[in-house]
Design a protein around this ligand. Structure first.
Ligand code: SF4
Ligand code: SF4
Ligand code: F3S
Length: 338
């Protein structure tokens, strides 16, 4: 991989910022492996980014057009932010052009499209009910080529850079799940990687944020943790060069890597609703707690069954992905189906 990166010509990267908060830029400049300095100076040529480039106004837009022209069919397009469609997209314009218009033009000439963050993935808070601007994600607009979704609000920077490096090394996007998320990062639930999992299994829960259980680092399920329904590598990679992550800091996971989480995972400090996709018999902590009170073995066994079912499903899903890979002769870059 190192050799491939050393010998590759630095590819042009254009970064389009649409309806967003700049938090995704903030996360990427905190990447560790490679650092943002290594990435921009040695690995890619970042030709356009509102926030990071020195040019502004018409000079910036000219750089955008020039890079698209000079690198047609070869550049990587990164998009942050959602695309407003109501009122002909008037809620977001850059240089007098709507986000939808800019995105279509930039995506047409791109070799790969990376939708970075929940806004670009599916619309995020802007798309939450009642979605006043008609916000949608990138894949609603770009339908003529694969779009990889780096999920999260914001995503972990190292997942972004790993996806870029994967594309540069193999000239293909990584294998994805049914929602376009790279499997190397989003293939496992937070709940199955969480250091507080032993407390969940033992029926040891935080009841309120300042109780003794919170100080002991017990499970946050009863104060709203959505880890059982959320696929993300947060417990493994963590944030800001492995400083910490939400659950590590004592806060429940909000499910920010899941499509529609503002509507499906709220109230954030309430327990998971019963109809959240991906949640099986383990959804009722009280049931497990009661079972433990009656006999610890029964509760643990009930949860072990749930975990076993999930792991079996996960193995089957990965087996399907592997089979698809074999059918495609080992070439990556397709949308898998869950
Ligand atoms: Fe901001 Fe979150 Fe959207 Fe990123 S995904 S631009 S952090 S609101
Ligand atoms: Fe960790 Fe949340 Fe699962 Fe508890 S419910 S084990 S805090 S992911
Ligand atoms: Fe998001 Fe949950 Fe990770 S809220 S940052 S997926 S711990």
């Amino acid at each position: 991989m190192a050799k491939a990166l050393q010998t590759a010509k630095r590819p042009a990267v254009l970064w389009l910022q649409l309806q967003e908060c700049t938090g995704c830029v903030e996360t990427v400049i905190r990447t560790a492996e490679p650092t943002i300095g290594d990435l921009v100076l040695d690995v890619i040529s970042l030709d356009y980014s509102h926030t990071l480039m020195a040019a502004a106004g018409s000079a910036a837009e000219a750089a955008f057009q020039k890079s698209m022209h000079d690198n047609a069919g070869k550049y990587v397009l990164i998009v942050t932010g959602s695309v407003p469609l109501k009122e002909d997209g008037i809620y977001l314009t850059v240089g007098g052009r709507t986000g939808r218009e800019l995105l279509r033009e930039a995506a047409d000439g791109a070799a790969a499209v990376i939708a970075l963050g929940a806004c670009a993935h599916w619309g995020n808070v802007q798309a939450a009910n009642p979605n006043p601007t008609g916000a949608v994600g990138v894949s609603e607009i770009v339908t003529n080529k694969p779009v990889v979704n780096i999920a999260g609000c914001p995503p972990i920077a190292d997942v972004v850079t790993a996806t870029i490096v994967h594309f540069l090394t193999f000239n293909a996007l990584p294998e994805m799940d049914g929602d376009g998320r790279p499997l190397f990062a989003y293939g496992k639930r937070i709940h199955d990687q969480c250091p507080r999992r032993a407390h969940f299994d033992a029926g040891q829960y935080v009841e309120v944020f300042d109780d003794e259980a919170a100080r002991k680092g017990w499970c946050l399920y009863k104060v709203g943790c959505k880890g059982p329904a959320t696929y993300s590598p947060c417990p493994i990679i963590e944030w800001n060069t492995r400083t910490s992550w939400p659950i590590g800091a004592g806060h429940p996971c909000l499910g920010c890597t899941e499509r529609g989480f503002w509507d499906t995972m709220t109230p954030f400090y309430g327990r998971l609703p019963a109809d959240v996709v991906g949640l099986g018999v383990e959804r009722y902590a009280d049931t497990i707690g009661a079972a433990l009170a009656a006999g610890a073995v029964a509760g643990v066994a009930a949860h072990a069954v749930a975990t076993g079912v999930h792991q079996t499903r996960e193995r089957r899903r990965l087996a399907v992905v592997e089979a698809q890979k074999d059918q495609q002769g080992g070439e990556g870059g397709s949308h898998g189906q869950d």
